[in-house]
Design a protein around this ligand. Structure first.
Ligand SMILES: Cc1ncc(COP(=O)(O)O)c(C=O)c1O
Length: 372
């Protein structure tokens, strides 16, 4: 991207959060008066409210989305449901954090090609890649669209596997039975990174599950492996949701359903009004199963298209430019050939879709794409 500021930014977080500024100043003042910074009533209230929002029995606030996933996997090892070296099936085109969490837990990521239509874990590929060592299926609800959880849970049941979802991009996504991301499998992780549909004002994350034993171990693992001060049962880490972020997230959670609806309306408009054979639009069945964290299109000549967007003043991002198995950090996977994943990474472009877009900006984006 050039240094010129686009006239329509990809994301204007300051504008999105400005509606909370007065409210949050009050919250900050309450927080200063109270003087409790870690493990206080705001975190407890947020955990209960977010668990209720997801329809899950337990929510544990943690430091970020990567830790949420890592602590779930380490938690399952601590309670003896899986062992180091076990295999975890994961889509090869997920954000690298999903794969890092598996590595950090001492488990073995098995990278499989995604379904090209949805960008999510391909059910057929899961079946093809199950071995005696497979113990977990780990779907990401990529870009905000639920993976095929019914089918994935059925495969898991048949083979006695755990299902852990990376719901970092899918807060509030619902299936047709009104099940919500965070309660569609054994355990789920969330990120509240500022740009997410439910974004904090810094790093934050959470784990949801119906399993009380797992929830307790995750909580302890994120607190130095301890539930009683200075008594350490596990090799834990320091990864706790802090009071200030929890108090801000509580305010923003109130608007999440409406925000997601607005995202859906913008997506609907893009899908019906962007008409250009050179642009492949994302698949959506029109239900609540997609909360459009990102609106990701595909173009064959991506660099030409991005130049055109820059000249037209439209911000964009690429999620993601390099597939995990081609990252230097994951060179153990560099011999893998994953043509679908590699093609996706060559062609995807995320265009602006967020709740701060004005109607005239949406129309300008549509017109620009149609004229490409
Ligand atoms: C799919 C996915 N998984 C995991 C993460 C990690 O979340 P965090 O940045 O909060 O650690 C992210 C965040 O960017 C994500 O998009």
């Amino acid at each position: 991207m050039t240094n010129n500021k686009p006239s329509i930014p990809f994301l204007d977080l300051h504008k999105i959060n400005s509606r909370y500024h007065e409210l949050l100043k009050n919250r900050f003042s309450d927080f200063l008066d109270l003087g409790i910074y870690i493990k206080g009533s705001f975190v407890e209230k947020f955990e209960n409210t977010f668990a209720g929002f997801c329809g899950a029995k337990h929510c544990v606030g943690v430091g970020n989305g990567l830790d949420a996933l890592t602590l779930i996997l380490k938690g399952y090892i601590e309670i003896g449901k899986i062992n180091p070296g076990d295999e975890v099936i994961v889509a090869a085109n997920t954000f690298i954090a999903t794969i890092l969490s598996i590595e950090y837990s001492g488990l073995k990521p098995v990278l499989v090609e995604p379904d090209e239509k949805t960008f999510n874990l391909d059910v057929y590929q899961i079946e093809q890649n199950i071995t005696d060592k497979t113990k977990v299926i780990l779907p990401t609800h990529l870009y905000g669209q639920l993976a095929q959880m019914k089918e994935i849970n059925a495969i898991a049941k048949k083979h006695g596997l755990l299902v852990v979802s990376d719901a970092a991009q899918a807060h509030g996504a619902k299936n047709n039975d009104n099940g919500v991301a965070g309660n569609l499998c054994d355990a789920s992780s969330f990120s509240f990174y500022p740009a997410k549909n439910l974004g904090a004002f810094g790093d934050a994350g959470a784990v949801t599950t119906n399993d009380a034993v797992l929830a307790k171990v995750v909580r302890d693992l994120g607190n130095y492996g301890s539930s009683i001060k200075y008594e350490n049962n596990y090799l834990g880490v320091n990864s706790r949701l802090d009071e200030l972020q929890a108090s801000f997230l509580l305010e923003k959670l109130e608007n999440l359903e409406d925000d997601n609806k607005l995202r859906g309306q913008i997506a609907k408009q893009y899908l019906s009004e962007i008409k250009n054979e050179k642009i492949q639009l994302p698949f959506w069945d029109g239900s609540g199963n997609h909360v459009f964290h990102l609106f990701v299109i595909r173009v064959a000549d991506r660099s030409g298209f991005c130049d055109y967007l820059e000249k037209s003043g439209i911000g964009y991002h690429i999620h993601y430019p390099i597939p995990p198995h081609r990252q230097k950090a994951l060179k153990q996977f560099s011999d893998l050939s994953l043509p679908i994943t590699e093609k996706i990474h060559e062609e995807v472009v995320s265009i602006p879709l967020n709740i701060s877009l004005e109607n005239y900006q949406i129309e300008q984006i549509i017109m620009t794409l149609n004229q490409y």
